[in-house]
Structures are given as C-alpha cells and as structure tokens.
Design a binder for this molecule. Structure first.
Ligand SMILES: Nc1ncnc2c1ncn2[C@@H]1O[C@H](COP(=O)(O)OP(=O)(O)OP(=O)(O)O)[C@@H](O)[C@H]1O
Length: 357
C-alpha cells in the first residue's frame, strides 16, 4: 500500500492560470532573455500551492540558433551569416542548430517541473501542426519530439529542466525562406575536427502552411488546442483558466505587462547572450587539423587558441581569440616578415577569414 507521503507526491496540484504571452520583439537575444526570465519566475512560483504557467510565443529576424553545448563554427557559416546580417545566438537549452526568420514561430511552454511532460507537449504541437497543415497530411512526432509533416521536419524541439521549473520550446516552420535556411547551416570549418560538442541531426525540412497564416489565426489555433489539452493528457488541461496574458510585449512595456519580470534583468541577460564571449567563447574545447601545406593542429578552448602544433607560430597565436579580426592581421605580419611560405599563408588566411569577426 502506498504511504501517505508517496501518495501526496504523485497526486499533482492543480495549476493556476495558463497565460499566453506574445513578444513583439524580433530580437533573438531579447526573446531568449525574456524566456529565461519567465523560466526563473516559474522557479520562484514553484513554492506556491497553485502556480501559474505560461506559453511564450515569439518570432525573430533572421538568425541561427545553436544549442547550449554546440560549436558555432561547425554548425553555421559564421562569416556568411555576418555578411547577410544573420545573427548567431547560443540558447540556454541543449539540442541542435536551427534557423529562424519571421516565417518561423517559436512556442515555449514554461511550466513547473512537476508538470513537464515531453510527450504531451509534443502531442500538443502535433495537433496544432495537423490543424495548420489541413486534411490529407500526415503529421507525426519524431523520436526526439520534433514534428514531421509527410516525413519533412516542420518543428524542432528542445528543453531545459531545473529544480522547480521547466520549459520545452518548439520552432515551427510556417513560411521560412528554406533556401536561406540551408545556406546558413553550412559549416565555417570544413577541416577535420575532434570535439565532443553536440552535433545537429540534419533533416529535410518544409514549411507547414502557405504564408497567409496571421499571428491572430495562430493565436486562435493555439488557444483552442490548449482548451482541449485535457483530452490528450496535457498539463495545461489542469489549468484553472487559459487566457491571453500579454500581447506585444517589448522592452518598453515588459515590466508593466508581465508581473514578476524586471526589464533591467531581461536587458542585462540579452546583452550577455549577444556577447562574443557567450556565443563563441562557450564553445566546448576542440581540435582542428589543417591539411597540407599548413599541416598543423590547432586546439581551441573557451574560444581562444590554446595550442598550436607549429612552433614558429605558437608564441604569436596562442592565447588569441579565434576570430578573423584578431588573426588576419597576424597573417599580414607573417607575410611581411617572410616567416612562412606563401601557400601556407594563403591557406591560413582563407581559414581564419571563415571564422567571422
Ligand atoms: N526552424 C526550424 N524548424 C525546424 N527544423 C529546423 C529549423 N531550422 C533547421 N531545422 C532542421 O533541424 C536540424 C537540426 O535539428 P536538431 O534535432 O539537431 O535540433 P533541434 O533540437 O530540433 O533544434 P531545436 O532544439 O531548436 O528545436 C537542422 O539541421 C535542420 O535540418
């Protein structure tokens, strides 16, 4: 027979409200910071007997978003992204690299950790996608809780789980520029690399609907699916009410429209997410092997050159950030001093140029 303590642990508390929050910002860094602030607020709320939870909806200007434990140079063309004004962001959650633009919608379910159910969240997304795709389409949940429409990936998913709170976010391809998506996901470093960073699982992708779906229609479909959430065992089914908490949230109104979230802390967190130290400096240590005529091995740790097999260059380059703006002037210098032969310098120049500023 279960003890009283065990019974109390397994019978979940009712949720308070499930609030839908929609961001008006199109800045990936600010939106990731807002998501993180809502997650931290959720952790605080976990002490309450009836915590609220929320669904954050946001879109971004063109950007590549890598997972927390990934290597940006292996996942995207950093220099090409820079040249096309595509931001590169590192999110807090794990998983692989995705491309966002205004045709890609992000839905993030932020709940108490006790309510976190990957399968039910994915089923919520599957039903939403099925509704958007219309009849005659086969919408399924993949092994890693991604969503496929007729075998094409239409939504990716990643999660972050901590004591007290969790979020599970989905990026949904509605009318994204798919040519640009695949162009942006071409690696900067194509040389041989040794790393234990997470690799993306590349899949053929498609948009789910024609470009005419408005945010109003999406919001209506989301609200309706959440209202039926108890039918398929989603935690939202236990929410006392489902309501639109705040629309058009932006840096100017976040403090007044989203209680418990400070505009300053969102801004500080956005600035940190935007920094080179966060996006590139947090790359897991890796080794890169440059073939002949260079024939050298570089070790990169915390975004800086930690070691170099060519002893002529070691004293100049070890300790330098792994970025074109710092390394290319050295190549110019080496050219002037005749330290290395021309073919080696040309190869180094091409390699460093691909790293981005
Ligand atoms: N906006 C997008 N939506 C869905 N799939 C995408 C998108 N952008 C790229 N993809 C595809 O998803 C692949 C990465 O998938 P992977 O499973 O590694 O990451 P993910 O965990 O789904 O990403 P996320 O965690 O952001 O959802 C890319 O190589 C590409 O094929």
């Amino acid at each position: 027979m279960p003890t009283l303590a065990a019974a109390t642990r397994t019978s979940p508390k009712l949720l308070g409200e499930l609030k839908i929050i929609q961001s008006a910002s199109r800045d990936i860094f600010w939106n990731l910071a807002l998501e993180d602030a809502l997650f931290r607020r959720q952790k605080e709320q976990s002490k309450l007997s009836k915590p609220d939870c929320c669904l954050l909806i946001y879109r971004n200007k063109p950007c590549v978003v890598i997972g927390s434990f990934q290597n940006p140079w292996l996942e995207c063309g950093v220099r090409d992204a820079e040249q096309q004004a595509v931001s590169v962001a590192r999110r807090f959650s794990g998983g692989g690299t995705v491309y966002h633009d205004l045709g890609n919608w992000n839905l993030s379910l932020i709940t108490p950790s006790a309510w976190y159910k990957r399968e039910a969240n994915a089923e919520f997304m599957r039903r939403l996608c099925e509704r958007l795709a219309g009849p005659g389409n086969q919408v399924t949940v993949g092994q890693r809780f991604d969503i496929f429409n007729n075998s094409y990936k239409v939504a990716g998913s990643a999660a972050k789980l901590a004591q007290g709170a969790a979020y599970h976010h989905f990026c949904l391809l509605m009318s994204t520029d798919l040519t640009r998506l695949s162009a942006c996901l071409r690696p900067s470093i194509r040389e041989q690399v040794v790393t234990n960073a997470t690799s993306s699982i590349r899949s053929p992708v498609a948009n789910i609907v024609n470009p005419s779906v408005s945010s109003k229609l999406l919001l209506a479909a989301v609200t309706d699916e959440l209202a039926h959430a108890s039918d398929f065992g989603h935690p939202a089914g236990a929410a006392a009410t489902i309501s639109v908490g705040a629309l058009d949230v932006c840096p100017e109104n976040v403090a007044s429209s989203v209680p418990g979230v400070s505009a300053l802390s969102v801004q500080e967190s956005a600035d940190r997410l935007r920094s080179w130290d966060w996006v590139f400096g947090r790359t897991p240590k890796f080794q890169c092997q440059l073939p002949s005529p260079c024939s050298m091995t570089l070790t990169i740790d915390k975004g800086h050159i930690a070691d170099l097999s060519d002893c002529r260059l070691r004293s100049f380059l070890v300790g330098q950030p792994f970025r074109a703006s710092v390394l290319l002037p050295y190549v110019d210098c080496f050219r002037q001093t005749g330290l290395l032969d021309g073919a080696v310098l040309d190869q180094l120049e091409r390699f460093f140029a691909r790293l981005g500023h």
